[in-house]
Design a protein around this ligand. Structure first.
Ligand code: TXA
Ligand code: MG
Length: 297
């Protein structure tokens, strides 16, 4: 792939659409305040909502945040891949404070998508990238979905995202806490480092935790066994449906299809979208989390 255009935009403090294995990101130079401000402005995102910093290597990240023993274990096991770690900023951290909304922690990850990795390597600096959608709309899993929210954006084409839900976010500050379920199942993390704490009270640590977040325009009806009149059915498992997340009831396949199928059904102007029950384990936890948020008013 020819990165010349993307690199020159990033060098000029502009933002681009970047494919990752989870969802497409709206990426800008993480050390450039103007680029970060542009990301917030484009997304219509409240500025207290911090961004994830993407890098191609653990060595590069070690210069910007403090890794303890557990963070190293997680990093070595899951990176590159869909896990984000929240860690303490280093004293001379070059990442602009606006990217972390003024907090003394940073959310960091190494994505697995070859185009993201190659671009990060060639750019040489970390990229701040939230999901490439307007605040409160669906996270995009294809270039076409990004262009729907941002018709004028330069977007690198990395095909359909293979994971399809955002990264799992773990805070390694204070105690190990699951901030957002996502592309790596909680079970697979706990096997490695033991039990994760759950988020306490109403503290908004990750915007994924804001109640209304992933929202199609059509109302959703969850745990539906059949579709009612005027509804479309988004199925799971071997049933007849308008679209099916996974006929073979495979949760990984369902996660990969989730946002693009919701998006397709949302375009069809139904009264509401009925959705089959999704089992509450492994990636089903992340899928149900996104669905409950999308359904809440
Ligand atoms: O898969 C993903 O994580 C995608 C791709 C593009 O990498 N990115 C993504 O970014 O989902 P975004 O901005 O939509 O969600 C980032 C989440 C937000 O909920 C934000 O509040 C949280 O990360 N976050 C960022 N920095 C944080 C910090 N220092 N402490 C706690 N949460 C943080
Ligand atoms: Mg998002």
């Amino acid at each position: 792939m020819d990165f010349l255009k993307a690199l020159s935009l990033l060098q000029n403090g502009d933002v681009i659409g970047l494919p990752t294995e989870t969802v497409y990101g709206l990426a800008g130079d993480a050390t450039n305040r103007h680029a970060i401000a542009k990301i917030y402005a484009l997304k219509g995102r409240p500025s207290f909502n911090p961004l994830i910093i993407h890098s191609h290597s653990l060595d590069q990240l070690k210069d910007i945040v403090e890794f303890d023993e557990t963070a190293i274990i997680l990093a070595e096991h899951f990176w590159p891949g869909p896990v984000t770690l929240v860690l303490k900023r280093k004293e001379n951290c070059p990442i602009d404070l606006l990217a972390s909304a003024g907090m003394d922690t940073l959310a960091v990850r190494i994505p697995k998508h070859p185009i993201a990795l190659e671009l990060l390597q060639q750019f040489g600096k970390p990229l701040a990238a939230p999901s490439a959608n307007l605040s409160n709309s669906l996270s995009p899993t294809s270039k076409a979905m990004v262009l729907k929210d941002f018709p004028d954006l330069y977007v690198l084409d990395g095909d359909q995202c293979t994971i399809g839900v955002e990264s799992t976010i773990i805070s390694c500050v204070d105690r190990l806490t699951l901030l957002r379920p996502g592309g790596i199942a909680r079970e697979d993390i706990e096997i490695l480092i033991g039990k994760l704490a759950d988020i306490q009270g109403d503290k908004i640590l990750a915007s994924g935790m804001l109640k209304k977040h992933y929202a199609p325009k059509t109302p959703l009806r969850l745990n539906a066994m059949h579709k009612k009149e005027g509804e479309l059915l988004l199925g799971f498992g071997p049933i007849e449906a308008d679209l099916n997340l996974s006929e073979s009831a495979n949760l990984t396949e369902a996660a990969a299809n989730l946002f693009s199928m919701l998006n397709q059904l949302d375009q069809m102007g139904a009264k509401s979208i009925a959705i089959s029950p999704i089992p509450e384990h492994r990636l089903g936890v992340a899928i149900n989390d996104r669905l409950r948020r999308a359904a809440s008013i």
